[in-house]
Design a protein around this ligand. Structure first.
Ligand code: SF4
Ligand code: SF4
Length: 227
């Protein structure tokens, strides 16, 4: 999931001062939600099935610091479509299909002047715990998942992927296994969909490790992680 903003339309770099609805920003990934967007979720205008959680410590492109960085706070974003980055609410012909109810980040995004949008990066953002009611029965389940599968130090893993200590390799393999086992059990017991899973638990750990050099395979003897 990207967290970047599109470069200003190069053809209009010097003259653009309004949105021409080209959709480039909508094809860079769905926006993170902010506190001002809470009612959009609470009122069902943006259902949780269209959201994905990016847990604190996951690597994303940071448009303020520049480059790929661990995210400093938990984020909840609108999901992309399929394997693409396009925001799920973007339609090639119609543009934004929730335009009147688009999140704050989309309202503030002016690709020709990114001051406003940069000022809210990782500020006043919504987390799963802001969205869910305090007595939601899934909250203890999320906490249990966080305990079983804490976010590892992705920067260390990325920078040392070809010489990870054997003990850490084993630990990551165990975490991947525990994560998948937990998800399988919870999805079955609570009858969750894949979309629900991405909101409640974020992406599986193995998916986050793959771009850092890990390959995962499954055999009758279990899951193996190779680097
Ligand atoms: S804000 Fe987005 S839709 Fe509007 S011109 Fe810029 S990239 Fe295109
Ligand atoms: S919610 Fe609408 S404006 Fe915002 S990224 Fe998605 S399609 Fe674009």
């Amino acid at each position: 999931m990207k967290n970047s903003f599109p470069p200003p339309d190069t053809l209009e770099l010097n003259s653009q001062n309004s949105c021409n609805r080209c959709g480039n920003c909508c094809r860079q990934g769905g926006p993170a939600l902010h506190k001002k967007d809470l009612n959009l979720v609470r009122e069902g205008k943006i259902p949780i099935g269209n959201l994905i959680t990016i847990k604190k410590g996951e690597l994303t492109e940071n448009p303020v610091a520049g480059g790929i960085q661990p995210v400093g706070v938990e984020l909840v974003k609108i999901v992309g479509t399929g394997r693409q980055w396009d925001c799920c609410y973007y339609d090639e012909k119609k543009g934004c299909t929730i335009y009147d109810n688009r999140p704050q980040a989309c309202v503030l995004l002016k690709c020709w002047d990114t001051k406003d949008i940069l000022s809210i990066v990782e500020k006043e953002t919504l987390s799963r715990f802001d969205i869910l009611a305090p007595d939601d029965p899934l909250i203890p389940v999320i906490r249990e998942h966080e305990r079983i599968c804490p976010v590892p130090d992705f920067i260390y893993i990325r920078d040392n992927c070809h010489r990870l200590p054997g003990q850490l390799e084993k630990e990551l393999e165990r975490l991947v296994r525990d994560d998948l086992r937990f998800r399988t059990r919870v999805i079955r017991d609570l009858n969750l969909t894949l979309s629900d899973e991405l909101f409640y638990f974020g992406r599986p750990l193995f998916q986050l490790l793959q771009p850092l050099g890990a390959t995962i395979s499954e055999s009758p003897s279990g899951i193996t992680l190779r680097w």
